[in-house]
Design a binder for this molecule. Structure first.
Ligand code: AKG
Ligand code: FE2
Length: 314
């Protein structure tokens, strides 16, 4: 069947049930697809025969780099030390190998209907206790939702270590941006890009009366989340626990990439991103239907508004 809605990721499409037949999914892939479509997340065993040794090397390499943190006493992290390293793939081959896992890339490509590429890694030695959010307010695309996260447990994670939690089905709630919350964001400065959306997310949780689920992961399990799934880091009730984990954020090809929190779509003012593929260093400046997003030239070139208008053929 030809897909009449190629601008919606396959697993998020209302047409997925009829499109699925032409995808030749294995039974395992079909289970993952079903979980992503229904719940907005799916749990997998991370497909890497060398995973245990990679994890051991990553911990040894990264532990000394968390400035101000003694990982024999994880409570020290709460006293102001680093709790994450962004883009360790630039100096750690094992972090990079996890981000570039070919089985995961092939799976995501099949389930979304466009090629996936990893563009950011985050490594955590302890729980983040990050407020509930969707990744979509940080990393969106045109068309929408061509983004996902893969969160890997690098040790067994108990309830008191601040596990990942998420609201099943919340990926079907409105994809919040500044238009929806009545805010102008272009050029604004925020300590955290997700802060202005917190009130609306709380209201949506209350309205849907959905309880969060907690991922009590075994080492080597991973959770794929869709761009609009509400998730966060749970409360770490035991400050002495580590919670080693890696998140890789993925985009998909042939999209415009931008940050909704700092954009005003109504005025055509997009905070455009040019994500770099961790696989091969390719810069993915936005593209739509194979056509590049015209670059804004300094001193009188195309503004984002004219650029978008031209891109859309107007
Ligand atoms: O690991 C966590 O607690 C949350 C991380 C997260 O939300 C993210 O990296 O997008
Ligand atoms: Fe997130």
């Amino acid at each position: 069947m030809t897909n009449p809605l190629p601008g919606i990721p396959l697993i998020e499409s209302p047409l997925f049930p009829s499109l699925q037949a032409s995808l030749n999914l294995t039974a395992g892939e079909a289970r993952i697809a079903q979980s992503l479509a229904t719940n907005g997340f799916a749990v997998i065993d991370f497909p890497d025969a060398e995973l245990d040794s990679r994890i051991a090397r990553i911990k040894a390499n990264l532990a000394p780099r968390f400035v101000g943190v003694d990982l024999n006493d994880p409570a020290s992290v709460k006293a102001g030390g680093d709790r994450r390293i962004q883009d360790a793939w630039t100096f750690d081959e094992d972090v990079k190998a996890i981000a570039c896992n070919q089985v995961v890339l092939d799976l995501l490509g099949k389930l979304y209907g466009r090629d996936a590429f990893p563009f950011q890694t985050l490594n955590f030695p302890v729980g983040t206790q990050q407020e509930a959010h969707t990744d979509l307010v940080h990393f969106s695309s045109l068309p929408e939702r061509f983004m996902c996260g893969v969160w890997l447990a690098m040790e067994d994670i108990d309830a008191d270590a601040g596990p990942l939690h998420y609201w099943p089905g919340s990926h079907r709630w409105p994809a919040l941006n500044n238009l929806l919350i009545g805010r102008q964001g272009y050029g604004s400065k925020l300590d955290s890009a997700q802060d202005p959306f917190a009130v609306a997310w709380r209201a949506l949780v209350a309205a849907h009366q959905v309880e969060p689920q907690t991922f009590l992961a075994r080492k080597g399990q991973a959770l794929i989340w869709t761009a609009n799934l509400l998730h966060g880091g749970g409360w770490q009730s035991d400050p002495h626990r580590t919670r080693w984990s890696q998140v890789t954020h993925y985009y998909f090809t042939d999209c415009i990439y931008y940050t909704p929190a700092f954009s005003d779509e109504a005025f055509g003012r997009l905070d455009v991103r040019n994500p770099v593929s961790i696989v091969d260093g390719t810069v993915h400046a936005g593209r739509h239907l194979g056509q590049d997003l015209p670059r804004r030239k300094k001193g009188g070139g195309l503004g984002p508004r004219r650029a978008l208008a031209r891109l859309l053929g107007r």
